[in-house]
Design a protein around this ligand. Structure first.
Ligand SMILES: [Zn+2]
Length: 239
């Protein structure tokens, strides 16, 4: 580490170390569940108690991701100089993650993949209807479509925030692109990324074979309420 490394409060240093380890390890879940190819996909996690988050470096093989080469950024997406990993570029989606952390204070984790079935719905610009109880449990309704947006400015982040603010779903399918998920922490956002691909695949297969049967809104509401409360998930990211 170079001499210009910033010094953080010891509690913040411990939090950074924990989030670095979590974010590095959670990328393995994207591989395990078949959500990514090559170096695609990215997980980030907010550092509790600081205006910082940790994200994957750009273009590094999944086999080579370690806590030390994860990249520490401020909430504008700028790399903190002198910290481990800072010699590399962060994920090309860093600006979108940063925008979400700036505008959704309860969000502690963000994940992006190009998982196959979720991208297929995104390519049609079609929301995934809520036709299975597991989807009502996890997402409380349909998985919405976000606007078409090109990488390079705030438009992807803005599209995510505008679509998910006030929505029960922790997942958005950005049109012609793919899923972004949010959660109370990085692990919760990874869970949403796994679940959104699972429901995208199941509902796709169901529709291939025949018409979908809607679930009444009152039943969706009670399933969501029960799962979110009985199973003790934190309310803080539910809007
Ligand atoms: Zn992408």
């Amino acid at each position: 580490m170079s001499n210009d490394a910033p010094t953080f409060d010891p509690a913040v240093e411990r939090a950074i170390a924990t989030v670095r380890a979590d974010v590095a390890r959670l990328h393995g879940e994207l591989v395990r569940y078949g959500l990514i190819v090559w170096t695609g996909g990215n997980v980030s996690g907010r550092v509790p108690g600081a205006d910082l988050f940790v994200i994957k470096p750009s273009g590094v093989s999944y086999d080579d991701l370690t806590p030390e080469n994860m990249i520490l950024c401020d909430l504008d997406g700028a790399v903190i100089p002198g910290t481990p990993g800072s010699e590399r570029s962060p994920s090309s989606d860093t600006a979108a993650h940063a925008y979400v952390y700036r505008h959704m204070p309860a969000v502690g984790g963000v994940v992006h993949t190009h998982s196959t079935y979720a991208v297929a719905w995104a390519a049609r610009g079609e929301e995934i209807p809520c036709v299975i109880t597991a989807m009502a449990d996890e997402f409380g309704g349909p998985i919405p479509i976000g606007p078409f947006a090109i990488i390079g400015d705030d438009s992807i982040g803005r599209g995510i925030v505008e679509t998910l603010s006030g929505h029960r779903s922790r997942a958005v399918l950005m049109q012609n692109h793919g899923p972004f998920t949010i959660g109370s922490d990085a692990k919760d956002a990874v869970k949403a990324a796994v679940m959104v691909e699972d429901v995208a695949r199941t509902v796709h297969l169901a529709r291939e074979a025949g018409p979908l049967i809607p679930i009444p809104q009152s039943a969706i509401d009670s399933l969501f309420d029960r799962y979110q409360n009985v199973y003790g998930q934190s309310e803080d990211t539910r809007r």
